[in-house]
Design a protein around this ligand. Structure first.
Ligand code: C2E
Ligand code: CA
Ligand code: CA
Ligand code: CA
Length: 277
């Protein structure tokens, strides 16, 4: 079993990304993984920096290989995007995240929300509003407890059609955030055009927070921008107590990162939330 496990990894190795045959093999594997139920969601707590409490969690996709190992999304999402399979995988993610979040109790304050990552292809494909409505209806999750994470590249890809779709999504009562904020585009005009609620500061900007670099200037600017636009702000990749405190002092509302918790299986999330109070 060990040998075949090693083999399995070898096929999906990063260094072979350019190899057409390997990509084909992974595509077949991904298509089968949907049928075989090999995907799972792990959840990373989102922390209110003022109170230190968990207020939400981001759903992060994992592929459980037949040998029991977990493949992180960076290794298979590019192939899933390229092949279009991300549309079917993304539909599963939405349903599963809503289903699991509907089971999360209110422990201390409101029940936590769940944040779900969307891919540009899910917008291009169309029908996203119907999918979101179905996931909410099937799970019974209150729309306000679902947050959809959009990247800047989604928002500028096809402004007219994406704006229409995003506006219809917003009308369903879900929350919208911009993921990896600051890494994409210099034009910020979309911020006033799209009905978004939150900015997620990319973790690359937190790297030299507290140090002498430019990270702090950018983080301060984004927190100020969010505040001026009436948007909430989440800092990603908080790895130390010092950074968490600094962000809080700068007025950032929420934090996410290894300092608070790593992504964890659904079964562990509520124990984490309880242990905090
Ligand atoms: P992301 O949306 O920016 O998610 C945050 C990533 O940062 C996660 O990696 C998380 O584990 C990692 N992270 C969190 N805190 C820290 C920290 O303190 N330090 C460091 N170094 N890293 C931290 P993960 O789970 O490997 O996901 C990678 C990316 O894959 C995500 O980046 C997202 O773009 C994509 N992804 C994950 N799940 C989905 C999904 O269901 N659908 C789509 N379309 N993309 C997904
Ligand atoms: Ca994200
Ligand atoms: Ca992110
Ligand atoms: Ca990222």
């Amino acid at each position: 079993a060990k040998a075949s496990g090693r083999n399995c990894h070898r096929f999906f190795d990063d260094s072979m990304q350019g190899d057409v045959q390997d990509r084909m093999r992974m595509q077949v594997g991904l298509a089968r993984a949907i049928e075989a139920n090999e995907f799972e969601l792990h959840y990373q707590p989102l922390i209110d920096l003022k109170t230190g409490r968990m207020v939400g969690a981001e759903a992060l996709l994992r592929w459980r290989l037949p040998d029991g190992s977990l493949m992180p999304p960076a290794q298979f999402i590019p192939v899933a995007e390229e092949s279009g399979l991300i549309v079917r995988i993304g539909a599963w993610v939405l349903h599963e995240a809503c289903r699991q979040a509907s089971l999360w109790p209110a422990i201390n304050g409101p029940a936590p929300w769940v944040a779900v990552n969307l891919s540009a292809l899910q917008f291009r494909q169309g029908g996203l509003e119907t999918l979101v409505a179905a996931a909410l209806r099937d799970s019974g999750l209150a729309p306000g407890r679902l947050e959809l994470e959009l990247t800047e590249s989604i928002l500028i890809s096809d402004p007219a059609s994406v704006l229409a779709a995003v506006t219809r999504l917003k009308a369903q009562g879900v929350m919208l955030s911009i993921d990896d904020f600051g890494t994409g585009y210099s034009s910020l005009s979309y911020l006033t055009r799209f009905p978004v609620d939150k900015l997620k500061i990319d973790r690359s900007f937190l790297q030299d927070l507290g140090g002498r670099g430019q990270g702090q200037t950018i983080v301060e600017a984004v927190i100020g921008l969010a505040s001026n636009l009436g948007l909430a702000c989440v800092a990603e990749g908080v790895e130390t107590a010092e950074v968490a405190r600094l962000l809080k002092d700068l007025g950032c509302g929420y934090g996410q990162g290894y300092y608070f918790a790593r992504p964890m299986p659904a079964e562990q999330l509520m124990a984490f939330a309880r242990a905090q109070t």
